[in-house]
Write a protein that binds this ligand. Structure first.
Ligand SMILES: [Cu+2]
Length: 235
């Protein structure tokens, strides 16, 4: 959520810079806006809004994370990879980094049946054996990984990841371990929505030109669209 709040704060700060004398009360007397500079600023504001919307979308779609399998333990025997894989929410575009001593282990992407049986004579979808394998998760589906070294798979070197479609910026927050349980996430979102509502009302009071009001309206509609999309798919 923080990039969104940051964007809002930037807009708010710009308001204060543009109209330092009016920061206390939020109404603009149009008869005082006669200089070219201020007219130009008003004409630029919709562009600024559009720019912010683009930033929002870029932020939501382009973010991908690199997950080192096993974190500090890396890809090795003696680690519980089921526990590891359940710590994170993986989305399309994320990368699994398998780090291990080449020759001691490997990483095979396999079918579910092969994952269950640990018999890699069939059902191998991809083989990674370099010791420093970067596996990009390109599809929104379940992926299964095993180590095919003798007995390692049965010994616990296997896990599955349920890869979700990359929709929102909140998907990518997992490089830091998920600090908030789902319900606190939802309340955080509600807070942001309330903040946006308040901020929208404030903006609408600032601008009396109908063009800018229309822009505000579109801007916040897109915001809310993105938010409810997030709520539907991620909580
Ligand atoms: Cu192994």
């Amino acid at each position: 959520e923080s990039p969104l709040l940051l964007l809002c704060l930037v807009v708010e700060e710009l308001e204060k810079i543009n109209h330092p004398s009016r920061s206390g009360h939020y109404s603009i007397n149009f008869s005082s806006l006669k200089t070219m500079e201020e007219t130009k600023l008003f004409k630029c504001r919709p562009l600024l809004m559009i720019l912010l919307i683009y930033l929002l979308f870029l932020n939501g779609t382009a973010k991908s994370e690199v997950y080192t399998v096993g974190d500090a333990d890396q890809w090795n025997t003696g680690t519980n990879y089921l526990t590891w894989s359940q710590k994170y929410n993986f989305s399309v575009g994320d990368i699994l980094a398998f780090n291990y001593v080449k020759g001691q282990h490997n990483a095979y992407e396999v079918t579910e049946a092969t994952y269950q049986s640990c018999n890699a004579s069939t059902g191998v979808l991809a083989k990674y054996e370099s010791g420093n394998d970067q596996v990009k998760l390109t599809e929104a589906k379940k992926h299964w990984f095993i180590c095919d070294a003798d007995g390692h798979c049965l010994g616990g070197m296997r896990f599955s990841v349920d890869v979700k479609e990359a929709i929102s910026s909140t998907n990518g927050t997992a490089s830091t371990p998920p600090a908030h349980p789902d319900n606190s996430y939802a309340s955080e979102r509600r807070c942001t929505v309330i903040y946006l509502l308040a901020f929208g009302a404030l903006l609408a009071r600032c601008f009396s030109s109908w063009m800018i009001k229309l822009n505000c309206f579109l801007y916040f509609n897109i915001y809310f669209f993105v938010y409810f999309f997030n709520l539907l798919y991620n909580v």
